[in-house]
Design a protein around this ligand. Structure first.
Ligand code: PEP
Ligand code: MN
Length: 264
C-alpha cells in the first residue's frame, strides 16, 4: 500500500488544514523533548509558533534508555499539551509507547508518534493502523529502509493510510554524533513510496550546534518537513537538552530554511 508503483501520486496527510507532503510547503514541528509542566509547554508553544512552527511536539511517555531516568509526565503531560493547543491553535504530536494508552491518544493528540524503539512493535503498529489518526513513524535505530517501509505497511494494511515517515538518524561506527543522519533516504523514500517524509535533526545529531546544518541539508534534499527539539533553558532540560535549540535559534533555522526551497 505504501508503494509508488500502485499509487503514483504523492500522499498528503492533512492535520487541521496543515498539509504534510505538499510540495509547496515545508512543515516545521517544534517543541520540547519532554513536557515538563503546563506553563512550560504553553510558553514554548507560543515561542515556537512565533518562530514559524505550525505544530507542537512534546513527549509525555518517554522511552528512556535507563529506567531511572525521567519517564515523562504521562497523562498530565498529554493534558498540558492539550492546554498548549488550546492557547495557540497548534496541533500536537506526542509519542505512544503502549497499546493500553491508545484511547487517550486518539482522544487527545492530533498526530500519534511511533518512536524509533517501537518501529517494529508490530502489535502497536497494527493497533494504530485501526485508528484514523495520522501516524508519525520514526525509523528504527538500526533498521533498513525496506524494514521501515514494511512497518508503514503494518499500519496501512489495517486501513490507516495516513502515515508520515520520520528519519532520525541511524547507528553507525561514528561516535562524533549521537546518530548518523541518513539524508539519502529522502529521494529513496520518494522513489519507493508515495508517503511524506520529515527529518528530525535533533535526535540525528544529538548536538544543537549541528541542528541548523542538518535542517538546511534536509530541506535541500527535499524533505517535507522538520521536527526539531526546542527548549527555553536547554541546560536545565529534563531530557535531551544538549540537542535542543533555544527559540531564537529555532527561528533562525526557519528563516534560513525559507531561502532554500519550499515556502514555510
Ligand atoms: C522523540 O522524538 O521524542 C524520541 C524519543 O525520538 P526517537 O524515537 O527518534 O529516539
Ligand atoms: Mn528527545
Amino acid at each position: 500500500k505504501a508503494s509508488r508503483l500502485f499509487h503514483p501520486d504523492d500522499t498528503i496527510v492533512e492535520v487541521n488544514g496543515i498539509r504534510i507532503g505538499d510540495k509547496e510547503k515545508l512543515v516545521v514541528i517544534g517543541g520540547p523533548c519532554s513536557v515538563e509542566g503546563e506553563d512550560m509547554v504553553v510558553q514554548l508553544a507560543k515561542d515556537v509558533k512565533a518562530a514559524g512552527a505550525v505544530m507542537l511536539r512534546g513527549g509525555a511517555y518517554k522511552p528512556r534508555t535507563s529506567p531511572y531516568a525521567f519517564q515523562g509526565m504521562g497523562s498530565a503531560g498529554i493534558q498540558a499539551m492539550v492546554a498548549a493547543r488550546k492557547q495557540t491553535g497548534l496541533p500536537i504530536v506526542s509519542e505512544l509507547m503502549s497499546i493500553d494508552k491508545l484511547d487517550e491518544f486518539v482522544d487527545n493528540v492530533d498526530i500519534i508518534q511511533i518512536g524509533a524503539r517501537n518501529m517494529q512493535n508490530f502489535d502497536l503498529l497494527k493497533a494504530v493502523g485501526r485508528t484514523d489518526k495520522p501516524i508519525l513513524l520514526k525509523r528504527g535505530l538500526a533498521n533498513t529502509i525496506e524494514e521501515w517501509i514494511m512497518s508503514a505497511e503494518y499500519i496501512m494494511s489495517e486501513g490507516n493510510e495516513k502515515v508520515i515517515l520520520c528519519e532520525r538518524g541511524i547507528r553507525t561506527f561514528e561516535p562524533a554524533t549521537r546518530n548518523t543522519l541518513d539524508l539519502s533516504v529522502i529521494p529513496i523514500i520518494k522513489k519507493k513510496t508515495h508517503l511524506p517524509i520529515i527529518i528530525d535533526p535533533s535526535h540525528a545529531t544529538g548536538d544543537w550546534e549541528l541542528v541548523e546544518a542538518a535542517s538546511l541539508a534536509a530541506i535541500a534534499a527535499g524533505a517535507d518537513g522538520l521536527m526539531i527539539e526546542v527548549h527555553n533553558q536547554p541546560e536545565c532540560a529534563w531530557s535531551d537538552g544538549a540537542q535542543s535549540l533555544r527559540p531564537d535559534r529555532f527561528a533562525e533555522v526557519i528563516r534560513k530554511g525559507r531561502a532554500i526551497a519550499k515556502v514555510i
